[in-house]
Design a protein around this ligand. Structure first.
Ligand SMILES: *Cc1c(COP(=O)(O)O)cnc(C)c1O
Length: 233
């Protein structure tokens, strides 16, 4: 067996294991497993590893740096591949990244909102976005403070080229299911409250859960989990 073959088998095994963990968590929560999408986070992975994950059947891939997304998107060109962006987006990287994206998870400021609206209007296309919310309460974490979300929602109502689909949140570094659960519950509740207050918006998507805590996220209502290390270990 070549080393590429061994790597292919390892990644396929990891994917099967993650999908089984998803199915178990969905079952415990009484949810259909196909209501949760698995995103493979490839930020620490080589092009070969990324390709093998895609070929194993994970068609949603996520990057956190524009340059890495550009580089991989150039090499992996299947029409079945959907790219997600989950990191901090600098405004000067927007123009080149936009055309590649299926969903941007990390809209976290009014300035970025205006830049995205400008550039999507120029390209005459729409962009699906999630608002990234700081649910950990940790000042050093990225994302909007929950108190400033309504201000951004008011602006989103005025940006015809951006299609807001819901929220993204991170529990914090090195959290496990038990320590992350209250953060995920808070984000779900915030979404439910704002959905009632803004009935014309569709806030159905909740992007939450990573390798160490995605079971708790699924039990709290996650619709997209972002998994890196568990797929490539
Ligand atoms: C790196 C990263 C992940 C994946 O983390 P793992 O613990 O490797 O699964 C998920 N979401 C974001 C925003 C990340 O930066």
């Amino acid at each position: 067996m070549t080393s590429d073959e061994a790597l292919r088998i390892r990644i396929a095994d990891n994917l099967a294991r993650v999908r089984q963990r998803m199915a178990d968590a969905a079952h415990r929560a009484g949810r259909p497993v196909d209501s949760i999408r698995l995103l493979g986070v490839t930020k620490y992975s080589s092009l070969l590893e990324t390709r093998l994950l895609f070929e194993a059947g994970c068609h949603d891939l996520a990057e956190s740096r524009p340059q890495d997304l550009w580089d991989k998107a150039k090499e992996l060109t299947s029409p079945d591949l959907r790219w997600h962006f989950i990191g901090h987006m600098q405004r000067n990287k927007v123009r080149r990244t936009l055309p590649l994206l299926h969903l941007l998870h990390s809209l976290d400021s009014e300035r970025l909102l205006l830049e995205l609206e400008n550039e999507t209007a120029k390209l005459n296309r729409k962009l699906k976005v999630l608002l990234e919310i700081n649910i950990s309460g940790d000042e050093s974490k990225t994302g909007l403070a929950p108190a400033s979300v309504e201000m951004i929602l008011d602006r989103v109502l005025e940006t015809p080229h951006l299609e807001l689909c819901g929220f993204m949140g991170m529990a914090g570094l090195g959290t496990d299911n038990d320590s992350a659960r209250p953060c995920f519950e808070r984000l779900r509740q915030l979404r439910d409250t704002l959905q009632t207050k803004y009935p014309t918006l569709q806030l159905g998507e909740l992007s939450m859960g990573m390798s160490g805590d995605f079971e708790a996220a699924i039990e709290a209502g996650s619709t997209m989990i972002r998994v890196g290390s568990a797929l490539f270990e």
